[in-house]
Design a protein around this ligand. Structure first.
Ligand SMILES: Cc1ncc(COP(=O)(O)O)c(C=O)c1O
Length: 425
């Protein structure tokens, strides 16, 4: 007897999360290219570099965990409380209070399954449909903004985004600024959200911009969410003197990923106790507890403050070196005749190219580059939530420079060739 054919229908939730989107394409491309095409130059994802000195530290820590077999067994056999391991929460609070002079308590902190999950929780707990029938949204005050937020809303229309002001600096460099004149906190705004350093552009909001955004949020009784996946005090992939901030109305997220530990899926949220309790409850409902391996690996380095030294003295110089090399490679490959621009590289792992008046859209450029074994991310994906089309959004691509220098140089050479061809038509 044959089974009746299955006719699976997805709920609105199911449809929303399985629909084609930038982050799915990006993770798919990355995964496939890694396994099926060894020649692909992987300049698309946000993978951290394999920094030998840092990898050696994680290897040593893993050996220490194995040697002290009691702690290893305890780590594997136990579910942590949903907010995270209590000793880890203490250590994070201690590290932030010492380094940033804050007054954070362990119950201001929750661990999540990576920063990505923290954002899914935060956006959907703060915005969307409310009991009174209202619909609230997350304001992105500086677009382009991180691709990974774009499809996280359970309800439609979760973001409202303001195009960045473009400041031209000469020498083929530009910088985005927050357009405060066009920033209005209307009643339907549930929270303001920025990544700092910003993925994709490598922009770092200045202290005065972040102070102004924080004041705006506070005045309006809404949270300011600051995504610090690349910033200070760790992992330290930031090249300006930006001061990290936290306050009761600020929700700050950190991650162990860019320390070279994305596989441990460890995000950290610093927020008011009300927000932390909600996050902890969501973790319990959705996953019971978090992965505790990342927490165990970094614990003594957080307690001793060594993690800050690693960030300052190894990770920051490493990425600064890669950034300078990538910038020089671009200057050499593009020369003077092609109208390219690169955003000031103030942090993160990316060259954000802008090709003013490019005759093809950035998705077409992405396809042409992929055919030549160079994987980048087309700019379009980073411009969601805008109220009207913006030509700039199809003229940009994001290029990761965390890969080995030779790969980056070859990749940039091919990008320059394809862009020159496209301009020639
Ligand atoms: C700006 C930003 N936020 C959050 C994340 C999420 O990182 P994870 O979930 O690995 O902590 C990333 C990853 O690349 C990112 O670039």
């Amino acid at each position: 007897m044959t089974e009746p054919a299955m006719n699976i229908e997805f709920s609105l939730f199911g449809e929303k999360l399985r629909e084609h989107c930038g982050i799915i394409e990006l993770m798919d491309d990355l995964g496939k290219a890694l396994t099926t095409n060894p020649d692909m130059r992987m300049m698309g994802g946000g993978n951290p570099a394999a920094i030998p000195a840092v990898q050696e530290i994680w290897r040593q820590r893993a050996a220490e965990l194995l040697d002290g077999n009691e702690s290893f067994d305890r780590m594997l056999v136990n579910y942590d409380p949903p907010a995270g391991n209590p000793r880890f929460l203490e250590a994070v609070a201690g590290c932030l209070n010492r380094d940033c002079h804050w007054n954070v308590q362990p119950d201001n902190i929750a661990v999540t399954c990576g920063g990505q999950t923290a954002f899914f929780f935060l956006f959907n707990m703060l915005a969307g449909k409310f009991a009174d029938g209202s619909h609230r949204r997350i304001l992105l005050p500086l677009t382009p903004e991180y691709i990974g937020y774009a499809n996280q809303g359970i309800s439609e229309d979760l973001f409202t985004a303001i195009p960045a002001l473009i400041e031209e600096h000469g020498d083929n460099t530009f910088k985005y600024r927050v357009d405060f004149d066009n920033l209005e906190i209307t009643e339907d705004i549930a929270a303001i959200c920025v990544s700092r350093p910003t993925n994709p552009s490598g922009n770092v909001l200045s202290d005065s911009e972040i102070t102004r955004l924080s004041a705006l949020a506070k005045e309006n009784g809404i949270p300011l969410i600051i995504d610090n996946a690349y910033g200070n005090p760790f992992p330290g992939a930031i090249f300006t003197d930006a001061t990290p901030i936290w306050d009761e109305h600020v929700i700050l997220t950190l991650s162990l990923s860019k320390l070279g530990l994305p596989g441990t899926r460890t995000g950290i949220v610093i927020a008011s106790k009300t927000i932390i309790r909600a996050i902890s409850a969501m973790t319990a409902v959705i996953g019971l507890a978090n992965n505790n391996i990342g927490q165990a690996l970094v614990l003594p380095l957080l307690e001793s403050g060594e993690l800050i030294n690693i960030s300052k003295n190894i990770i920051r110089p490493f990425y600064k070196g890669r950034a300078d090399h990538a910038r020089k490679s671009a200057a050499r490959a593009f020369g003077h005749s092609t109208p390219y621009r690169i955003h000031a590289i103030e942090g993160a792992f990316f060259l954000w190219f802008w090709f003013p008046g490019l005759p093809i859209c950035s998705s077409e450029l992405y396809r042409r580059l992929k055919q030549r074994d160079v994987l980048v991310v087309p700019g379009e994906y980073f411009f969601y939530g805008l109220s009207k089309p913006w030509q700039h959004s199809s003229e940009c691509i994001r290029v990761t420079f965390s890969q080995p220098e030779k790969t980056v140089t070859q990749g940039i050479d091919i990008i320059a060739e394809e862009v020159k061809k496209a301009y020639r038509g």
